[in-house]
Design a protein around this ligand. Structure first.
Ligand SMILES: Cc1ncc(COP(=O)(O)OP(=O)(O)O)c(N)n1
Ligand SMILES: Cc1ncsc1CCOP(=O)(O)O
Length: 526
């Protein structure tokens, strides 16, 4: 065995011969060798590690496939792992990957010696702890992250947040970590945004690579597929929560940035197209509000058009208000497509505390796509935080609110790595580092249904500007705009009840001027 290498784990290809597409017309070699030509294309596209995984062949065939795979990998100087079969790894002087039910890693080390690389599959923080105590593995394959057709007898699906818990246990250890299970261009943005685990030192433990089977094996263009996966891994999330150094921002500076965003809208410099997948109670109001501010709404709950729409839109707004299985499916598809196209996603978890079904739906959604901003009332933010201090009644939050709302909002934002905006008499907004309050608005907002959803629609259209000031300022700008417009509407002589207020609010959004926000904003850093 040559001295132990230190591989680049960024794109780890686990082979899957049974998934290969038929050879293209341009391929003239023997059909049984197409696997090797396909592999070579993937290596040209940027695969950095290969594992031979053959589940249904006998020892002789496994050995032959592995031997020929090694010849190709050697040409590209890429390390080769053998899945499960330590004997084959030994015979070919290859590295080895074992799962929890295979030969124990300690024995594999004894058999392969100190210069072999050993990978171990891990599904839970407890399994991670055992691997660390043993001190044998060079890397862990954490998963399955998402559901996949590729593997039978799949362990429990972790979701990006389950993977984060494993990485938290791994901490600052030298052991590398790759993620596996359902890793595709649509899921990668969410994976990269959500998996980094906070460390006691203040930094984050991130993944060292992505492990894929079908994303490459089933592709008719393996070089392009590999290149896309590699580029996505190397690229930072398209719309990070902290695109501005919010630590250094004063309330006055944030107001000025919010004013500038409103100016861009009102001058028609940009007209964001916002895709709403929302509840049928507020749909008309939120569409009109979006138009009134100078943006365009498109209301569509079709999973079929979501991928195409995601190329056209400026922002996606997901609202749990009247969620059904079909709508949740559409939201997940649209969310993943928006991530893939670098479009911000705003999530309003309406009534998430009300039922287990809504809790599961919110968790499903947050595991499927990366959200830039969560906007909810105290009951909803409490439920997402796992707190019972504030109760919800249906979709409404009841009671006095949190003792320390700023900390609740900041903690959730830091945990989920996004911006959290909690609306109420006082609004709280945090990016996980700093928190601000907004004390604008009027009691009339509580008297109409859907005022929280309208606030989310306002946040979404500002996020749709995709301005360099980032999602934190977009969230503040959206809440300031709707609350200042509501204050102005409340002073209108024609307002004498909820219905006239509702109409006056849309008018006030239409007539709102940047200087109204500048002169009325009650924004404070807390
Ligand atoms: C990189 C990587 N991670 C995890 C696995 C899964 O291994 P295992 O749990 O042993 O399941 P099988 O692959 O043997 O079905 C892997 N192969 N590679
Ligand atoms: C081998 C393995 N281990 C956990 S999930 C999985 C299969 C991953 O396949 P795909 O990348 O096609 O989802």
């Amino acid at each position: 065995m040559p001295p132990k290498p230190t591989p680049d784990y960024r794109l780890y290809y686990v082979t899957g011969r049974s998934l290969l597409p038929p050879p293209p017309a341009s391929y003239t070699g023997p059909e049984e060798d197409y696997y090797l030509a396909h592999l070579e294309e993937a290596l040209k596209g940027g695969v950095t590690v290969v594992q031979v995984r053959e589940k249904d062949v006998d020892g002789g065939e496994f050995l032959e496939v592995a031997r020929r795979t090694k010849e190709v990998c050697d040409k590209y100087d890429v390390p080769l792992f053998i899945n499960d079969r330590v004997d084959v790894a030994l015979a070919l002087k290859c590295h080895c990957h074992v799962g929890q039910t295979d030969l124990p890693a300690r024995l594999v080390r004894q058999l392969l010696g100190p210069d072999a690389l050993i990978g171990v599959s891990v599904n839970t923080p407890e399994e991670m702890r055992v691997v660390m105590d043993e001190g044998v593995a060079d890397y862990v394959g954490v998963g399955p992250c998402f559901g996949t057709q590729t593997k039978k007898n799949l362990n429990p699906i972790l979701g990006p947040r389950g993977v984060r818990a494993v990485l938290e246990t791994l901490g600052e250890s030298e052991v590398k970590a790759v993620i596996i299970g359902g890793i595709t261009p649509s899921t990668i943005p969410n994976v990269l945004a959500q998996t980094p685990a906070p460390l006691p030192s203040g930094g984050y433990r991130s993944l060292d690579g992505l492990a894929v089977v079908s994303s490459i094996a089933a592709s008719t263009e393996p070089e392009t597929a590999a290149r896309e996966l590699r580029e996505m891994f190397d690229r930072k999330p398209a719309y990070p929560a902290r695109s501005l150094n919010s630590d250094a921002l004063s309330a006055e500076q944030v107001v000025e940035q919010a004013v500038e965003l409103l100016r861009i809208l009102k001058d028609g410099e940009k007209t964001p197209l916002v895709h709403h997948i929302t509840n049928f109670v507020v749909m008309n109001d939120t569409a009109n509000l979006t138009l009134a501010f100078g943006a365009s709404p498109i209301m569509s709950a079709s999973p079929d058009e979501a991928p195409h729409l995601s190329q056209l839109i400026s922002c996606l707004l997901l609202n749990l208000g009247t969620i059904t299985e079909a709508q949740l499916n559409a939201q997940k598809i649209a969310g993943a497509a928006a991530n893939r196209n670098g479009k911000p996603v705003v999530f309003d978890p309406v009534g998430v505390g009300a039922t287990e079904y809504r809790k599961k739906s919110a968790s499903d959604l947050l595991n499927t796509c990366h959200v830039s901003i969560i906007k909810g009332n105290a009951g909803e933010i409490g439920a997402l935080s796992g707190l019972s201090e504030v109760k919800a009644r249906g979709v409404d939050s009841v009671g006095k609110g949190f003792k320390d709302p700023a900390t609740v909002v900041k903690t959730l934002a830091a945990r989920e790595k996004l911006v959290v905006a909690m609306s109420g008499e006082t609004d709280y907004i945090s990016d996980g580092q700093v928190s601000f309050t907004i004390k604008n608005g009027t009691f009339w907002q509580e008297k109409i249904t859907g005022s929280g959803c309208m606030a989310s629609a306002a946040v979404a259209l500002f996020a749709g500007l995709q301005h360099e000031s980032g999602p934190f300022v977009a969230a503040v700008a959206g809440l300031l705009a709707i609350n200042v417009a509501a204050e102005i509407a409340a002073t209108r002589p024609e307002v004498n009840g909820p219905n006239t207020f509702r109409a006056a609010l849309i008018d006030a959004c239409y007539n709102l001027r940047p200087e109204d926000v500048r002169s009325r904003a009650k924004l404070q850093r807390v």
